[in-house]
Design a binder for this molecule. Structure first.
Ligand SMILES: Nc1ncnc2c1ncn2[C@@H]1O[C@H](COP(=O)(O)OP(=O)(O)O)[C@@H](O)[C@H]1O
Ligand SMILES: [Mg+2]
Length: 335
């Protein structure tokens, strides 16, 4: 609790290189009736202490699924997630264990605020502390500090329906921080706010990151958000295709993208590049002057005209005669 005093707080501009959250080879397949959607196809990444890591990608690319998995809300189909100080892969923990461990590890923020409407701002913040079984003296001290730190002390006795969008968000953030998490995990946190309010909330995230040393994992669509990141991961079709530093332009991602080799040593070539090359299916690869050169091949020459179609009986497995309707060994219909 050393950080949560109104005394001068140590400021650090840089993230450290100690990992606080590690995701390994995350695969997620949703099954709805007979339909399967592979939302994540082997995603690995690490968040370091105090780092501001943002996740960008088109709608449907898997951002929400990924943050829900690393936050412990959703179980992956396979893969592992490790949180600092918890010596266990959380995907193998029960939801009860996760909820308990998450109180001191991660604060979750989404577009919707979770304030209880008949309680005041201050009571809402304190409530989260009571749920986490914190001593009441600690709860009082932290709530007061956070309400002042986040600029809503004046509104502490108001209820949700009298607050503006930005004030509700500040109250929600205060409630999230009362358990002193190490990382904030936020899915499009400013998506429902106007630009000016959104910017003021983003300023607050910067302040929380710098002064309270809390790391951030934030999903976003918006340009003004991404310029504030330490590092940006780009996700497409359920795979992290590359990384960017903060000076990126969402419409010109290829200018700042560093392609990522994943743990299976795969590189995904971005669709925009393949489109420009007329979508080749194969490449010849060469090393020239220390660079990898990929030469697109539009026809797969080697097997053309050499492949003979072979049909085997699906029942007995024997080779079926060309044009025969029935297997001559077992009599099954050849389809
Ligand atoms: N609960 C679910 N059931 C079935 N399919 C889902 C579910 N949630 C997400 N999906 C699918 O998984 C893919 C990734 O979705 P999502 O993680 O929400 O992406 P994003 O947040 O980047 O828009 C999409 O094709 C989406 O339709
Ligand atoms: Mg989403």
């Amino acid at each position: 609790m050393n950080n949560f005093t109104t005394d001068e707080i140590y400021q650090s501009e840089k993230s450290s290189n100690l990992p606080i959250l590690v995701a390994e080879d995350i695969i997620k397949i949703y099954r709805t009736g007979k339909i399967e959607t592979q939302a994540l196809r082997g995603v690995s990444f690490t968040i370091y202490e105090r780092e501001k890591l943002f996740l960008i990608g088109p709608s449907g690319s898997g951002k929400t699924t990924l943050v829900n998995i690393v936050a412990g809300n959703v179980k992956p189909t396979s893969g592992k997630v490790f949180w600092k100080d918890l010596l266990k892969d959380i995907t193998r923990s029960s939801f009860e264990e996760i909820i308990k461990a998450r109180r001191s590890f991660a604060g979750l923020i989404s577009q919707d605020t979770r304030l209880v409407s008949h309680l005041t701002v201050k009571e809402n913040v304190e409530l989260v502390g009571y749920y986490a079984n914190l001593p009441s003296s600690v709860i009082k001290q932290r709530s007061e500090f956070l309400l002042k730190f986040l600029g809503i002390w004046e509104k502490r006795n108001k209820k949700e329906d009298t607050l503006s969008g930005g004030e509700k968000k500040r109250a929600d953030i205060a409630a999230t921080l009362v358990t002193n998490p190490k990382v904030i995990i936020a899915d499009e946190p400013t998506g429902d706010l106007d630009v000016i309010t959104a910017n003021s909330i983003l300023d607050l995230f910067d302040k929380i990151n710098k002064k309270l040393h809390i790391a951030m994992l934030l999903c976003t669509h918006s340009q003004n958000v991404t310029t504030r990141a330490d590092r940006v991961l780009e996700i497409q079709d359920g795979i992290i295709i590359g990384q960017h530093e903060s000076n990126l332009h969402l419409r010109k991602l290829e200018q700042s993208r560093l392609l990522e080799i994943d743990r299976q040593e795969r590189i995904k070539i971005p669709e925009s590049i393949l489109d420009k090359l007329d979508n080749p299916k194969h490449f010849e690869i060469q090393i020239m002057d220390g660079k990898i050169v990929l030469n697109p091949i539009y026809k797969f020459k080697h097997f053309e005209n050499k492949v003979k179609k072979v049909i085997t009986c699906t029942i007995c497995g024997k080779l079926a005669k060309d044009n025969s309707d029935f297997c001559k060994y077992c009599g099954a219909t050849i389809s």
